[in-house]
Ligand binder design. Sequence first.
Ligand code: TRP
Ligand code: SF4
Length: 536
Amino acid sequence: MADDGTHDGESESAVRSDGGTNGADAGSPAALRADGGAVDEVALDPWGSSTVDDYRKLFEEFGIEAFEEVLPRVPSPHYLMRRGVIFGHRDYRPVADAMANDEPFATLSGFMPTGDPHIGHKLVFDELIWHQRQGADAYGLIADLEAHAARGLSWDEIDEHAESYLLSLIALGFDPDDGTLYRQSTNREVQDLAFELGTKANVSELGAIYDFDGETEVSYMESVVTQMADILYPQLEEPKPTVIPVGPDQDPHMRLARDLAGRMRYFGVTEAYASFELDGGERELVAEAYDALSTAADDPDADIRCVDAAEWLRTERPPAGALESAVETLESGGKEPLRPRVRFLDRNATDEAFEALIEAVEGEKRVYESHIDSFDLSRAEAETLAREVETDHGGYGFLPPSSIYHRFMTGLTGGKMSSSIPASHISLLDDPEEGYEKVKSATTGGRETAEKQRELGGEADECPVYELYAYLLSGDDDEFAARVYEECVGGERLCGGCKEQAAELMAEFLEEHQEKREEAKAVLADLDVELRSDRP
Ligand code: TRP
Ligand code: SF4
């Protein structure tokens, strides 16, 4: 390694803006820690420009789960998963299980054609391609309606960029014969589904989620329901686990899509203890009371009455949370015995579907005006049955879509990688020479002098160049990524040589990618994706 490397000027340490707390786990040098320790406000705004620099908050506040926890279930995980670049997920288990059991599943993501595709988009392209190779029905879409409505791009600009995204996606390995590529503007099924989903969402709700107000353009709102339709589109034929790989800024969309998927369902399935409804917190308390009282009862057949459970809660549990409302509800239940059951709630079912469900519930059941209680089915059996009856009677039976989240890359100039700052990112269309130069001028996690670097080691965790190795340049080669890391933090690797190596690899990558883009042109031309819109 050349030893001229650490004199890149003060910018190196001065530009760091994230407090420098996302060090790697001691045990796994190449893994990027997802739970950086900074405590800045995290705003999840799909159209904002905020940097998400505190991933831990995403777990705590928004309920995104750590990807690590599902990783062991994933058959031969992608390197972005292994290295913690994909750091979070919602409900990925059904996808991982479908993959492992050779069952149908899907993957879909969308791209707003607002500029040239860059190495940040490549993460998502790679995620789609990997899932496709693992057996997923794969979908890549151009969010042209969104770009027009939310970003005000003209159709000419949109057309130009749309083609470019598709070329890179194909060049990187997406198989368009086996998968689906589409533009929002020409997909009538998506637009129809968007309209239907719009019947389940109202303006105040969108306002609360996205900070929309009275000035927000109607088309902007339409682009939101269009994205909801994109996300559920893979399930139009039949329900299946679907993963949407995105950046964490898209999480509000995921939460809404998961919600809408449920609101479209014919039936809801819940657990109940008596004729009345309980919310989540109340149900937990009632379950506790029921379990305690039935374990304590001498006669296993003796009824446990609502009032007994109310009494138990009042004496055994602190007066906090849902306690008061649970007690009140139980008291109004009086002498009605508590009996665990699963409940099918009629949400949007047709009369025929509701009748069919009554027929289909085996064992002891009780039928009410708009719900059915079953005493013999398990929750899982009930879910399956409800979905079957729904799809047999013309409903979608949507499963809530899953998502995985990747870390944003740090800009090469420090701070955020942004399409509007050319030096901060590498476009997949950059001349290899230009890509080389950008890497050579990148900020690093190096020390002020070579001497110090040898003594203290570099800060690979703070280094955009190391990120390039981990996210892209090492490809599938974990050993190489780990070696760069170890050599850096061990003080054997100095930034000049390290950047030279990265710059060469980047130039090679760009050259090869651009050749493949040329080849992809013929492939794209043969597909029935409209490359020119006839919209004014
Ligand atoms: N809103 C996304 C973006 O800003 C683009 C998008 C549209 C999308 N539809 C989607 C992403 C469906 C994932 C899934 O980039
Ligand atoms: Fe320097 Fe390379 Fe270490 Fe970054 S990874 S600090 S460029 S030696």
